[in-house]
Structures are given as structure tokens and as C-alpha cells.
Ligand binder design. Structure first.
Ligand code: AGP
Length: 368
């Protein structure tokens, strides 16, 4: 990608629209007809990964959210214990390192100070090996890690991370499969993931076609001061990422919760002035999520639901729905990120903020 905006008004919008192409590129050379090519992770990858029995992920911001999604995959699909922590906490606390643990950093820039310090610390603590999921080949994290998995997103200029996040998720799905082969994943499951990954670029393009509906929806947010983002399972970190995007570029206070936590406090905030955004693929947690959302409706909350066509939500007073294509559960976190990126973009436009360079923020946080 060239480092100009092309016909787009902002880098962020260009980078949102680049996602089908950069993900297609990040898949190239890494997928066989029905399996993932572990050799593409480097000649030592197979040898190192086969001895791994747990994973510690460390990252900041959006990259941390990618790690949170990966935890659901690495534990749920590969059957490997996985811990995730923000780098600024990890580097300053005491903890036990389990045998045969892979230390994984995730970073767009590869230069984030806390993440780099965490890697340097980890190397002194007896982890089996280090791996970075990174977007910049010449970066410190790539140079200093045993293994690297490049995200192939191309230059990301907008401070709000978009294509870096979705390409990180694709890379982390490769890692999940590479680990799963030596643990709980069988060939049929691997084949299903490969099929889902191959379908991903077209599904992302189809999801981007929802842009004009999402733009209309954004009007309901422009005058608001707070918003709540809800999801369950691997969609909870997607909700976290949606809330981060909204606050970063529109300066609207946004929080995310796993929907099951509503009753334990945040429900008290819900009223007609609090838009509640929910990500609702048609997965095994759908019915649970629906009952959480009914509680929001019953309290006069304004719901904005991104859901699977077959999820059975009905437009009603206080209920706004945008339907997404039906997708395999595994790739749903990648697909459901797209409407939340577009929503925050359009709200920021209505607010008149500096979308690509929001106040007080730097693209790469190279000092503590
Ligand atoms: C995301 O929109 C942010 N700009 C920020 O949270 C970012 O993801 C974080 O600073 C980590 O950066 P990195 O991925 O380059 O390490």
C-alpha cells in the first residue's frame, strides 16, 4: 500500500477498506489445500512449537485485545493453557513461569516500550522460547524474538489501529493451529479453519458493504457522552476493541463488558442516553446474550446490535439491528470487528475530531 490516502478522506478509512486485500496477502504462502504451513513461521517453528505446553501473551492496547481473542482460540481450539497480560503490568509483577511456556508478544510497531521491556525481562526468566506477532520486519521485537510471525498489514498510519488488529488475529489463528496439532486439534478441525480462513477476504468485503447503514446508525451516538459495548466469549475482546476505537477517535467515554457481567453493576448506568452496542454472531452463547440484551431493553436502553442474519433479532423500539453475513464461529471475531471500526469512524466524523491523529496519542508508544 502506498503511504497516501488515495481517494479516501482519512488514512483510517483507507486502512479499514484495505482489510480484505491485506488479509488475502497474509494468507498467501501460509495455507496448504487443507492445512496450515508451519514452515512459513520459520525453519525452527515446528521444532520449538511441538514442545510447548502453555502460552503467555503480552501486549498493549489493541494488540492486547488481539491476545485476548487468541486466549479463547488457544485454550478452546488447541487445548493449550494461555495467559494474557498487558505489558505494563507484566513487567512489574512477580509470577511463576511454567515449564515449556512460549512467550508471545503482539505489536503493530514492534517498538512499544512496555512490550519490548517485557520481552527482555521474559528472556531472563526461563521461558522456552519467544515469538512476536508483528507488523514491522526491522523492528526491535522481531530482531530480539526467537520466532516471528509477520502480520503483512502494510504501513498503518492512522493512530487508531484497524488492519493491524485483524491481521494479528489471522496470525494468531495460525499459531493456534500450529499448537493444536500437538494437542487437541484433529485434521478435520484444521481443515475447517483453513476453509474459514480462505473465505475470510470475501466475507470482509461483504461486511464492508454495510458501511452506509453503519453511517446512518452513527447519528445516534454523536450527541452521547457514554456508550457500553457488550459481547460474550471471543466477542468480548471484540467489544473491548470497539470501545477503545470509539473513545480514541470520538472522545466519547466507552466501556466494554462481557454481557454476563451487566447485572453485577453496569446495568445501573443504562438509560435512554446510554447507547449499548452488542456483537452477536449466531454462536452457542447467542441465547444467553439475548437475555442480557432484554435486560437492557427493559430499562429503556438503546440497543445497537450487530448480529448474524439467522440470530432472530427483531427491530423494535429501542432496538437497532445490522445483520452480518453468516460466518464460521472461528473467524467471527475478525468479521465483527469491521462494523465497530466503521461505527467509531463515522461517529468521529460527526464529532469533527482529528480522526487520524487524535489528541494526546502517538502511533507508537516508545517511552514508558
Ligand atoms: C490502538 O488503536 C492504539 N493506537 C494503541 O492501543 C496501540 O494498539 C498500542 O499502543 C500498542 O501498539 P503496538 O501494537 O504498536 O505495540
Amino acid at each position: 500500500e502506498s503511504v497516501d490516502k488515495g481517494h479516501y478522506r482519512h488514512f483510517m478509512l483507507k486502512e479499514i477498506y484495505e482489510q480484505p486485500a491485506v488479509i488475502r496477502r497474509s494468507l498467501a504462502g501460509r495455507l496448504g489445500s487443507n492445512k496450515i504451513l508451519i514452515e512459513a513461521m520459520g525453519s525452527r517453528a515446528g521444532q520449538i512449537l511441538k514442545n510447548i505446553s502453555s502460552v503467555q501473551i503480552v501486549a498493549c492496547g489493541t494488540s492486547y485485545h488481539a491476545g485476548m481473542v487468541a486466549k479463547y482460540w488457544i485454550e478452546g481450539l488447541a487445548g493449550v493453557p494461555c495467559r494474557v497480560e498487558v505489558a505494563s503490568e507484566f513487567r512489574y509483577r512477580k509470577f511463576k513461569v511454567q515449564d515449556n511456556t512460549l512467550f508471545v508478544t503482539i505489536s503493530q510497531s514492534g517498538e512499544t516500550a512496555d512490550t519490548l521491556a517485557a520481552l527482555r525481562l521474559a528472556k531472563t526468566l526461563g521461558y522456552s522460547a519467544s515469538m512476536t506477532v508483528c507488523n514491522v520486519a526491522q523492528s526491535s521485537l522481531v530482531r530480539e524474538s526467537d520466532l516471528y510471525l509477520m502480520t503483512e498489514a502494510g504501513p498503518e498510519i492512522g493512530v487508531a489501529s484497524t488492519k493491524a488488529f485483524t491481521t494479528q488475529l489471522v496470525a494468531l489463528l495460525f499459531l493456534t493451529v500450529a499448537l493444536g496439532r500437538h494437542h487437541d486439534m484433529n485434521e478435520a478441525q484444521e481443515r475447517e479453519i483453513v476453509t474459514a480462513l480462505n473465505a475470510l477476504p470475501d466475507l470482509l468485503a461483504e461486511t464492508l458493504e454495510l458501511n452506509s447503514n453503519i453511517k446512518k446508525m452513527s447519528n445516534a451516538f454523536a450527541e452521547k457522552h457514554h456508550a457500553l459495548f457488550l459481547g460474550r466469549g471471543a466477542q468480548w475482546p471484540v467489544a473491548m476493541e470497539g470501545a477503545l476505537k470509539l473513545k480514541e477517535i470520538s472522545y466519547i467515554h466507552a466501556e466494554s463488558y462481557p454481557a454476563g457481567e451487566l447485572k453485577h453493576g453496569p446495568l445501573a448506568l443504562v438509560d435512554a442516553d446510554m447507547p449499548v452496542v452488542a456483537v452477536a454472531p449466531n454462536d452457542e452463547l447467542l441465547e444467553k446474550l439475548k437475555s442480557n440484551l432484554e435486560e437492557v431493553q427493559a430499562r429503556g436502553g438503546q440497543l445497537f446490535v450487530f448480529c448474524d442474519k439467522a440470530a432472530g433479532f427483531k427491530v423494535a423500539k429501542g432496538m437497532n439491528i445490522i445483520e452480518l453475513p453468516h460466518v464460521n464461529d472461528v473467524i467471527a471475531p475478525i468479521i465483527y470487528t469491521i462494523p465497530l471500526q466503521l461505527l467509531s469512524y463515522h461517529v468521529a466524523i460527526l464529532k469533527g475530531t482529528d480522526v487520524d491523529q487524535p489528541r494526546n496519542l502517538a502511533k507508537s508508544v516508545t517511552v514508558e
